[in-house]
Design a protein around this ligand. Structure first.
Ligand SMILES: [Zn+2]
Length: 351
């Protein structure tokens, strides 16, 4: 049969949908070069008829496919069903909703965020799956890795923004194509290249973790001076709608501390120019024990979200760098990220 590619599709996701191997799609579609080839919306591909033993079919979509805005949106009805509150805190440059998920009835507010960088989809998948599992354990009254979820969620309210940069992440997962509203701009920024594995900015070429008014000028001076696939700070702090939305959301709450998830190096950054409170050190020690990730005081950089949070509130902020290797990490890296970070994110609820 033939299948017309939809927004959000990748080779791994289509293969999963039709219960064939990604490899089979390549065999029957000579125009697809490798499992990393982009599937542009509207492209017609042939789905081979292959009778596979049930036991051979990859059954766990959670572990074997990428994750983007469409996947998050597909999950939302299930999340609501579990009692997770779903809010929209703003819209991306391309007008995609930015979702905040929340759970728990406690007074202490905690904030986890992910998907800041376009080529870090593992972090978005992780936080979405994590809050869903939290809700399942709460509903059933089960403990999880020894943590009493029901009791914890009576003491805290956890807010999760799993995907800060949906336009950028979709670009990394699906490439650029005719009809994409930023086709011209993106190709100009990318010097005509049509691969986007290295792209971490938003769709206008601004790095959303370089946008924060905490030493912004210093960081901007040492970074690219025009829109770029990464590290461009923008013309001023907080010019991009995604950063503005998280800024407003943070200001509207009184978070005891924040964890921002990225995916480069299996380390945890916990300081900012000595402005972090004393308890940050003890807290990072506990997060490190839970994940086996190494605590590092600072990366000698400015302008990041956790930098701004620490400077603005005097409260603890952490950047968690899950995984190791070149972004985007391979699909297979998700297993390690899931197991190490579940416990870290649980310990994060009781710091
Ligand atoms: Zn990052």
């Amino acid at each position: 049969m033939n299948y017309t590619v939809q927004l959000g599709d990748t080779i791994a996701k289509v293969a999963y949908k039709f219960k064939v191997r990604p490899f089979d799609l390549l065999l029957f579609n000579p125009h697809l070069y490798s499992e990393q080839s982009y599937l542009s919306p509207g492209l017609v591909i042939h789905i081979p008829k292959i009778k596979m033993e049930q036991s051979n079919i990859v059954s766990d979509i959670q572990l074997r496919t990428e994750f983007g805005q469409m996947d998050l949106e597909k999950k939302i009805p299930d999340l609501k069903e579990l009692g997770i509150v779903v809010d929209i805190i703003g819209y991306s440059v391309m007008n995609k909703p930015l979702y905040a998920l929340s759970i728990g009835s406690g007074k202490k507010e905690i904030f986890y965020s992910a998907g800041w960088h376009a080529n870090e989809w593992h972090t978005s998948k992780f936080l979405t799956q994590y809050i869903e599992e939290l809700a399942l354990h709460q509903e059933k009254g089960l403990s999880w890795h020894g943590y009493d979820i029901k009791k914890i969620l009576q003491e805290v309210r956890l807010y999760v923004v799993p995907l800060v940069n949906p336009d950028g992440m979709d670009l990394v997962l699906q490439g650029i194509y005719e009809g994409h509203p930023y086709l011209k701009e993106v190709l100009a920024i990318n010097k005509g290249m049509r691969r986007f594995d290295h792209w971490s900015s938003n769709i206008r070429g601004v790095d959303l973790n370089h946008q924060w008014p905490a030493g912004w000028e210093i960081e901007a001076k040492e970074s690219p001076q025009e829109p770029w696939s990464r590290h461009y700070s923008g013309k001023a702090p907080l010019t991009e709608p995604e950063a503005i939305a998280v800024h407003q959301f943070t200001k509207q709450h009184s978070f005891a501390y924040v964890l921002a998830f990225h995916s480069q190096g299996q380390v945890i950054y916990w300081g900012y120019r000595g402005m972090e409170p004393l308890e940050s050190k003890e807290m990072v020690g506990r997060l490190s024990l839970a994940s086996s990730y190494t605590p590092i005081h600072t990366a000698d950089s400015d302008g990041g979200y956790k930098d701004w949070f620490i400077q603005e509130t005097g409260r603890p902020g952490f950047t968690i760098e899950v995984g190791v290797g070149t972004n985007p990490l391979p699909i297979e890296a998700y297993g390690e990220i899931w197991s190490n970070n579940c416990i870290l994110a649980l310990e994060g609820l009781v710091l």
